[in-house]
Design a protein around this ligand. Structure first.
Ligand SMILES: N[C@@H](CCC(=O)N[C@@H](CS)C(=O)NCC(=O)O)C(=O)O
Ligand SMILES: N[C@@H](CCC(=O)N[C@@H](CS)C(=O)NCC(=O)O)C(=O)O
Ligand code: FES
Lengths: 104, 104
């Protein structure tokens, strides 16, 4: 579908992508983690997309198996939600992924 | 107002009250913290109250200065949100409050 192509293009063309909701503290946590690591993610706020928000959220579930926000991609790869991203960082594995994804 | 009387009655008659939203991870965190501490909070899910949800959320803001969820009361006193509750617990100050609030 058109929407699926858009999402696939978004996550492959942008090193860090966070599908988020503006009111959600877990989404805020993951956004500020990336900011702290010196990375500017592309943030897509699903609650600011009108009717398309739920459509994108369903599509992401089909593509990643994850129906929740935040939904995080690094270097085109699905990382997970807030907990997975934080866990990866505590293991020291997030920054290498970010370095790889953001190099030119 | 009638709603205000209901909320005041709720927080004074129940030792632990959490105003919550079912989809919210911060709300889940605070609910499971109480469960872990052996306390059964009265949980009011604002997203399951139809039009009354936003009304109660606005009322809570007027009463407590807090417009977010979760909104936590122990022994009739406003504790705060998830972060404040967790912080209080790390300082060892939550359990004494709970003991006080739940004694008969
Ligand atoms: N463990 C997951 C929890 C994700 C989660 O439960 N997200 C909630 C918001 S905090 C959600 O998406 N709820 C359903 C919704 O908002 O549509 C994570 O760390 O990201
Ligand atoms: N620091 C606060 C954050 C509270 C917060 O931002 N809550 C969000 C949901 S996670 C909220 O209420 N957003 C507005 C809404 O849902 O109406 C806490 O620890 O509870
Ligand atoms: S909506 Fe509260 S943490 Fe996501």
């Amino acid at each position: 579908s058109r929407l699926e192509e858009t999402v696939k293009k978004t996550v492959t063309e942008n090193p860090v992508v966070v599908y988020s909701k503006t009111w959600c503290s877990y989404s805020s946590e993951v956004k500020s983690l990336f900011k702290k690591l010196g990375v500017e993610p592309l943030v897509i706020e699903l609650d600011e997309m009108g009717a398309q928000g739920p459509q994108v959220q369903k599509l992401l579930e089909r593509l990643t198996g994850q129906h929740t926000v935040p939904n995080v991609f690094v270097g085109g790869n699905h990382i997970g939600g807030c907990s997975e991203t934080v866990k990866l960082h505590h293991k020291g594995e997030l920054e290498p992924l970010l370095a790889e994804a953001t190099k030119n």
